[in-house]
Write a protein that binds this ligand. Structure first.
Ligand SMILES: [Zn+2]
Length: 44
C-alpha cells in the first residue's frame, strides 16, 4: 500500500498499487473527488 496526499485538499489516503508502473496512474481523491497523479503524490 502506498500513502498518497491529495494536492488539492491535502488529505492523505492509501492507494493499493496493482502494478509497478505508476507513471500514468491517477487516483481519484476520496475526499474532494479530484483526480491526481499517483506518482507525484506518494508520501513517505
Ligand atoms: Zn482531495
Amino acid at each position: 500500500m502506498l500513502k498518497l496526499r491529495c494536492p488539492n485538499c491535502k488529505n492523505s489516503m492509501l492507494y493499493k498499487s496493482t502494478t509497478d508502473s505508476l507513471d500514468k496512474k491517477v487516483k481519484k481523491c476520496v475526499y474532494c473527488g479530484k483526480s491526481f497523479s499517483v506518482l507525484k503524490s506518494i508520501r513517505n
